[in-house]
Design a protein around this ligand. Structure first.
Ligand SMILES: [Zn+2]
Length: 148
């Protein structure tokens, strides 16, 4: 038998032993989710920045992130972890959407005047130069006059 085949056989044997062991170890544990992935990426970014700046605090933070992520992955309280993840995801998408709206407003601010509904604080817009308009808020139906 060639060395290569021997090596492949050894690898196959090792995998057959290691993978079920990992599966047994991980059974009933939470595993990876989006929050863990984002924490790991943040940890890597912090680590790289700490390498360039020599910041001890940042490398400490990145280590803490790794430990916390590892703890979440191995946690047996899967319901609690899933709850954290869904809370994080709604926060994440909320922030992303706010950022997108802010960019859009920045882009259109010459064309539109943006203002808030005095009652429910929803963001509304009017085409600039259209004078004073009687506005009905699309969200709470509150009516008011707005100059644009
Ligand atoms: Zn309103």
């Amino acid at each position: 038998m060639s060395f290569w085949n021997q090596f492949k056989n050894w690898l196959r044997g090792a995998a057959a032993k290691v993978f079920p062991a990992i599966r047994r170890f991980m059974s009933g544990r939470y595993g990876v989710d989006q929050l863990s992935l984002h924490l790991l990426i943040t940890g890597i970014v912090f680590y790289l920045v700490s390498l360039f700046t020599g910041s001890y605090a940042l490398s400490l933070v990145s280590t803490a992130l790794y430990i916390y992520t590892g703890w979440r992955m191995l946690s047996r309280n899967t319901a609690g972890r899933a709850m954290e993840n869904s809370r994080y995801m709604s926060f994440f998408y909320g922030t992303k959407q706010k950022g997108r709206q802010l960019l859009l407003r920045q882009k259109n601010r010459k064309e539109y005047k943006y203002f808030r509904c005095p009652k429910c604080r929803a963001i509304l817009r009017l085409k600039r130069g259209s004078g004073t308009m009687h506005v009905t808020c699309g969200k709470c139906k509150h009516q008011f006059d707005q100059k644009a």
